[in-house]
Design a protein around this ligand. Structure first.
Ligand SMILES: Nc1ncnc2c1ncn2[C@@H]1O[C@H](COP(=O)(O)OP(=O)(O)OP(=O)(O)O)[C@@H](O)[C@H]1O
Ligand SMILES: [Mg+2]
Length: 470
């Protein structure tokens, strides 16, 4: 073999630069590089016809180079976006690159493949536009892993990755099956109702009704007729029998919300139903059997109410058979990104928008906020942001203005730790909202998505007097 041929052979594998060979001049070199990258890369001419197509592009799309070259790119990729606003066309027109836009394409087998694309214009040496280049990354594996993780961190619509929730998720099916009375405790907006519904859905009563009563919303006598119903003639307006919620929940679950707001009189009646499984409708003569599972919830401290004589101890013990305590959101900040994603998916579906995420700065603001209104408040914040967001990412400017913005270079004193920091931040946030509403507690509570009595309690705990913010 002559020296010349040996050199030529080697040049195909690894061209030695000292032999005067300039790789940038050799189209085979460019192709070698492009074929060795994991991302799909292709180029189009000014008409949008494919002029090159690397090996990863073949693997991701299922089309061979030969099939792709010379075709319009929309014939190969067949994504919705091809017709609504072709990214390559947009890049050629605006001369601005697109970076990491997520779209779904159809591969040769007509299966949807999620990809992330980036584009740039191509110019020749004299600066003349000759086409565009697009690189794209297969997101299938990431999406699959993502779904796997979401599944692991959600249970019956309840999303969390906190240890406290994981422990509850583990025992929830057994709790649900047991038919025992369950007491769900947690601040406003922590998801008490969600848990009550999950218990019902996991129980053998799932085919029966799930009926809710808000014990704090009605005055005493109305609440009793709501719970137990009445018979015709029980009072002047009672022209016919009206079944109570106990009757309506027959065979299912009755969710008694805000149980801490019950009057002492109604507490006695409820205790009787829990003990004897029977009750009497107003004006009735016959007792009725209650085949109902009870789940009760409150944001109040029931032990404190018992100590103050405002809640019967015997009823408390009856309800407290199984107790689920939901920690407030500020004690599980690891759930914030997960919940943001969960709500964005839901809100996208509702609004028809395609918001992919949230900017790092907006995320910092949300992670830094103590959420007196817990998950409901986070949900309200995102609803607000989605309405204002016109692009694909939520920015800090889309967040409600009452959220404290981050000041650069200002950090909390290192001596302050954990709960203390949270308390300070919660106080700041409450003050901010209260000031905006000139001390009107009802309005401030509404904005925060919490009950007015919860706000009063938080104000007391944080040493805020209404007069100082009015
Ligand atoms: N862990 C969670 N995952 C997903 N959604 C949640 C979660 N926690 C709460 N939510 C949502 O937040 C909102 C408030 O939850 P829910 O009504 O269950 O709270 P609550 O504790 O009953 O509040 P309140 O005491 O004010 O009645 C609901 O829209 C619920 O779906
Ligand atoms: Mg509730």
């Amino acid at each position: 073999m002559s020296r010349g041929t040996r050199n030529k052979d080697r040049r195909h594998k690894l061209p030695p630069e000292d032999r005067g060979w300039d790789p940038s001049e050799d189209p085979r070199w460019t192709r070698l590089i492009l074929d060795s990258v994991a991302d799909g890369v292709f180029t189009v001419d000014r008409e949008g016809r494919i002029t090159s197509f690397n090996r990863a592009a073949e693997r991701i799309t299922g089309f061979s180079r030969e099939e792709a070259i010379g075709q319009y790119c929309h014939e190969i990729f067949r994504a919705n976006i091809c017709f609504e606003g072709c990214p390559l066309k947009r890049t050629a027109e605006t001369e601005e690159s697109i970076i990491n836009l997520e779209v779904n394409i159809l591969n040769k087998q007509n299966q949807e493949v999620p990809i992330s694309i980036s584009t740039a214009v191509l110019r020749d040496e004299s600066g003349r536009l000759i086409g565009a280049v697009e690189t794209f990354r297969d997101l299938s594996l990431i999406r699959e892993l993502h779904q796997e993780i979401s599944k692991r961190y959600s249970f019956q619509d309840i999303v969390s990755r906190s240890e406290a929730f994981m422990r509850i998720f583990q025992v929830l099916p057994d709790i649900a099956e047991s038919d025992a009375t369950v007491l769900v405790l947690g601040e406003s907006g922590t998801g008490k109702e969600l848990f009550a519904a999950a218990i019902h859905n996991l129980s053998h009563r799932r085919k029966g009704p799930f009926v809710k009563v808000n014990c704090g919303a009605l005055p005493d006598t109305l609440l009793e007729s709501e719970l137990f119903g009445y018979k015709k003639g029980a009072f002047t307006d009672a022209r016919r029998d009206k079944p109570g919620r106990f009757k309506l929940a027959e065979g299912g679950t009755l969710f008694l919300d805000e149980i801490g707001d019950l009057s002492l009189g109604t507490q006695v009646k409820l205790l009787r139903v829990l003990e004897k499984k029977e009750y009497e409708p107003l004006g009735g003569v016959r007792t009725e059997r209650a085949d109902v599972r009870i789940v009760a919830a409150t944001h109040r401290d029931l032990e404190e109410l018992v100590a103050e004589g405002r809640f019967r101890e015997d009823l408390f013990y009856r309800l407290n058979v199984i107790r689920i305590e939901i920690p407030p959101l500020r004690e599980r900040p690891e759930d914030i990104p997960l919940l943001i994603e969960h709500f964005l998916t839901k809100l996208n579906r509702k609004s028809g928008k395609q918001i992919k995420g949230i900017s790092p700065e907006a995320m910092k603001i949300l992670l830094n906020y103590p959420y007196p209104g817990n998950v409901r408040e986070l949900q309200n914040i995102l609803e607000h942001a989605v309405i204002l967001c016109k692009g694909v990412e939520i920015q800090s400017s889309h967040l409600p203005s009452y959220l404290p913005r981050l000041q650069e270079g200002v950090s909390l004193e290192p001596s302050l730790r954990g709960k203390e920091i949270l308390r300070i931040k919660e106080r700041e946030a409450l003050l901010e909202v209260l000031r905006r509403h000139r001390g009107r507690v009802g309005d401030a509570a509404k904005e925060l998505g919490i009950h007015r009595s919860t706000l009063w309690r938080k104000m007391k705990r944080c040493g805020i007097h209404r007069d100082s913010v009015a």
